[in-house]
Every structure is written in structure tokens, then in C-alpha cells.
Design a binder for this molecule. Structure first.
Ligand code: 0GY
Length: 298
């Protein structure tokens, strides 16, 4: 009997994803994925807002190889709170093939940050999605932002499009590289040239330290699988406008997916639809993530 039972309405990750027809270029990085537990070894946070299915590092690394990727960037998910043990364990068992983005409390010590750096952490995540966390006020995050800058780390931010006006000035004030998860979660049923997505484009146009991940058709598309057609124009626009500031990832094991679970092979096959040339694909999958996560060496 395991200590943690996943939420009843949670779907497990795809057990038998298809082999993608698209072959990622050599050196390709899955730059957004998670490890969950296993809960018996790495207990989920007492303050979590969901209990996931276990998503252990071994399964993630097998999927990486199967899909044709060489490296992972593992992002701390809210179900583990500020206890980064499962993330660190995955990094140190990755043979240098994984880097991490941690979630830290503002009172973390310099020694703990230094240990995380040695394990392969290169960024911190600030999460503003209210269904996932009780967001930490920007004022309290400023000191974290200053301290991690000294380590050469960057900041990953997660928010939903309607909340961008509230946080815009704070995001624009950050001095490190800032990576926005899942394109700032646009409403893909709205026009691409509408006010909401325009504000997101303005944030990137006016701040060349801000990057974004063109990820999560499975959560952003209202039209749904298998083609996620309404997601594609948003992702394509970002890749065309900011080819050197975009990242791609699977988001495995796809937390909080309740309507359907995507086939990870199919997600890989969508890459040429959002990055149609070999040059754009190389930037998205290799050059950009290596510059951000492996600048100190492979
Ligand atoms: C994601 C998306 C989600 C969850 C988390 O930290 C998390 O729990 O990031 C979500 O539910 O939208 O990036 O995995």
C-alpha cells in the first residue's frame, strides 16, 4: 500500500506513446518536464493542491531516449512544494543529462543554493497560478531574484493570461533571463491579434531577456486532440518572432490533465508544425536550451 493515492479524477501518463515520425536534431532537449515522487520515497507536500500519479526519474529518462531527445530540463512542480529532493535525486542520477529548475522559499540559505547548483539546478520557478499555489507576493520574490542572479541562474514564471496585467511591471523589472511557461497560457479560442496575446507579445518585444516555452497544446487547445489546431498559430507566431528565445518540452507526466492524456510521440510530431525549418528546429530544441542550461559545459 503506497502512502499517497493520486486524485480520483487524475489521468495517468500515456503508457504506450507512439514512436514519433519527426526525428529531433542531435543534442535536442526536452526543456519542460517533471518528476513526481515516487511518493513513498519523496513525499508530496502537505500543502499541495493535488496528489499526482507517481512519475519517477527512470520512466522520464526512458521516455527521453524513446522520443529521440538527449537531455531534460526538470521543473519542480507545486505538488512537491519547496522540497526539491525528488528533483535533485533525478539530476544527480542523470549522468549530466538533466538540469533543474527549483522552487525555493525566500529564506533558503546560500549554502543550500550552492548545493543545488552543484547538482545541476540553473533556475527558480515563480508560480502565480492560483489553482496550484498561494502565490508569494512579488515583493518577497525580489530578494530571491537578486540572490539567484549571482549564481547565473534564471527565473521561470508561470501565470495565466488574465493575470498578466497585474504582474506585467514586476516581470519587466526582473534583470535575469526570465522564461514564461506555456506561452503565458493564452486562451486559444481568442483571436491571435487580440488584446490579451498582444500584451504578451509586447512583454517579449520590450524585454529581450524574456523567453517563452511553446508548450502544452494538450492544456491550451480548446479544440483538443489529436490535432490541437487552435494552439498552432500562437506557438508558430512566437517561434517566428523570437527564434532565439523559445524552448520546447513535453510537460510529462502532464499534471492535472483530466479530459485526456496526450500521446507524447504525437506531441513531438507537432514540432515541425510550430518550427517549420531545420534552422528553427535547431534553435528551439538545441541551441537555446543548451545556451541557457549547459553554458558551463556539457
Ligand atoms: C505544468 C503545469 C501545471 C502544473 C504545475 O507545478 C505544477 O503543479 O506546473 C498545471 O496544472 O497547469 O507546467 O506542469
Amino acid at each position: 500500500m503506497t502512502k499517497f493515492q493520486k486524485d480520483a479524477n487524475w489521468l495517468d501518463f500515456h503508457s504506450n506513446p507512439s514512436k514519433p515520425a519527426f526525428t529531433p536534431p542531435p543534442g535536442a532537449v526536452d526543456a519542460h518536464c517533471h518528476v513526481f515522487g515516487p511518493g513513498d520515497d519523496f513525499p508530496y507536500s502537505p500543502t499541495r493542491k493535488y496528489t499526482p500519479c507517481d512519475g519517477p526519474k527512470e520512466t522520464l529518462f526512458e521516455l527521453r531516449d524513446y522520443l529521440g531527445f538527449e537531455r531534460n530540463v526538470i521543473v519542480q512542480a507545486s505538488c512537491h512544494g519547496t522540497d526539491n529532493s525528488a528533483l535533485i535525486d533525478a539530476l544527480i542520477h542523470s549522468d549530466g543529462k538533466a538540469r533543474g529548475v527549483a522552487v525555493v522559499s525566500p529564506d533558503i540559505s546560500d549554502a543550500e543554493l550552492a548545493d543545488m547548483h552543484s547538482a545541476g539546478v540553473r533556475g527558480v520557478r515563480f508560480n502565480f497560478v492560483k489553482r496550484l499555489v498561494n502565490p508569494v507576493p512579488p515583493e518577497e520574490l525580489k530578494s530571491v531574484a537578486k540572490r539567484i542572479a549571482k549564481l547565473g541562474w534564471h527565473i521561470v514564471i508561470y501565470f495565466e493570461a488574465p493575470d498578466l496585467p497585474e504582474y506585467y511591471d514586476f516581470f519587466a523589472s526582473l534583470n535575469t533571463i526570465v522564461v514564461v511557461d506555456h506561452m503565458g497560457r493564452p486562451d486559444c479560442s481568442k483571436p491571435i491579434n487580440g488584446e490579451e496575446f498582444e500584451l504578451f507579445l509586447k512583454l517579449l518585444r520590450e524585454n529581450n531577456n524574456i523567453w517563452t516555452k511553446v508548450t502544452c497544446p494538450e492544456r491550451l487547445s480548446l479544440r483538443g486532440p489529436p490535432d490541437y489546431v487552435d494552439f498552432i498559430p500562437f506557438a508558430t507566431r512566437l517561434v517566428e518572432l523570437f527564434p532565439s528565445r523559445v524552448l520546447w518540452g513535453t510537460d510529462w507526466p502532464h499534471p492535472n490533465m483530466k479530459s485526456h492524456m496526450p500521446d507524447d510521440g504525437h506531441l513531438v510530431d507537432m514540432i515541425p508544425l510550430v518550427a517549420p525549418t531545420a534552422e528553427l528546429q535547431r534553435k528551439l530544441l538545441v541551441d537555446n536550451p543548451l545556451r541557457l542550461y549547459w553554458a558551463g559545459g556539457i
